[in-house]
Design a protein around this ligand. Structure first.
Ligand code: SAH
Length: 265
């Protein structure tokens, strides 16, 4: 498989990104052959580690480019009172709301929630955690990370922390766009607040449902430099290789990064 000839940007997501197919393909704990979802487990372990770090707490958390997923909130939700989730596409926001309202046909996150509870030391707390996420997500809004005010015309008060998983590399066609998107989403966090990024490295495409999406091929140092240039100080950055033979993507690694917005910016 090859990356699409023309980079698939936001409008392509709006037209072609099927949230239910995405969830089925990438967010079940094991695949149809019973193989473990190593990518997801690695990502969950990274987020668990990151949200155990000192200082990653506060009143408000904003999830940028949430898609239809909640796994990125499972460790985070213990440390913030209120969460706002943002995504570009109508269908992704609707799919997320369906789960938040516990509606018929919503994706079953229970196996994933149980796994995170196990990481936190008590698998039995899964129902409590699930409810916590449902209660804490107060708003689900449209955003475009390529806009100076990503939530325009709405202006959100800056949050204590923003988290973004697997969004910017899908949304940004080149490094200058990626760097500018980081500056844009940086305005959503208070000076002194934190940015948490989960990003894939060395990936040019990912596929599901017979559709291929572009990915900006990034190296660890490029992500770190872009974060610093957006007015943040990187306090944690850890890359793991993704050595799985996976025909759905050419992903080479996974990066978990934490940065603190410089007080003066
Ligand atoms: N965070 C989820 C979804 C990642 S898929 C996860 O970890 O699985 C990439 C997401 O980026 C999609 O939900 C897509 O709608 C969103 N996206 C693409 N372009 C965007 C843009 N310009 N602004 C905001 N979100 C965008």
């Amino acid at each position: 498989m090859d990356a699409p000839v023309v980079f698939t940007e936001a409008e392509f997501y709006q037209q072609s990104f099927d949230p239910q197919a995405y969830l089925k393909e990438y967010y079940r704990m094991s695949d149809s052959q019973g193989g473990a979802n190593l990518f997801l487990m690695q990502n969950l372990r990274n987020l668990h580690k990151i949200f155990s770090l000192d200082g990653l707490r506060g009143d408000t958390l904003i999830d940028v480019g949430c898609g239809p997923t909640i796994y990125q909130l499972l460790s985070a939700c213990e440390h913030f009172h209120e969460i706002i989730s943002l995504d570009y596409t109508d269908r992704n926001r609707r799919e997320l709301e369906r789960w938040l309202r516990n509606e018929e046909g919503a994706f079953d996150w229970v196996p994933v929630v149980k796994y995170v509870c196990e990481l936190e030391g008590d698998r039995e707390k899964w129902a409590e955690k699930q409810e916590k996420v449902r209660k804490k997500v107060k708003q689900v809004l449209k955003c475009d990370v390529t806009k100076a005010n990503p939530t325009g015309p709405v202006s959100l008060p800056p949050a204590d922390c923003i988290v973004s998983s697997l969004c910017l590399e899908g949304a940004c066609k080149d490094l200058p766009t990626f760097r500018s998107a980081l500056r844009n989403i940086g305005t959503l966090v208070k000076p002194g607040g934190h940015l948490v990024l989960a990003t894939v490295l060395g990936e040019t495409y990912y596929a599901f449902n017979k559709q291929v999406f572009s990915c900006l091929c990034l190296e660890k140092h490029e992500v770190e430099a872009a974060v610093e240039a957006a007015g943040f100080e990187v306090t944690f950055s850890e890359a793991q290789p993704y050595a799985v033979n996976d025909e759905r993507t050419d992903c080479q690694g996974l990066l978990g990064l934490v940065a603190r917005r410089c007080p003066s910016t």
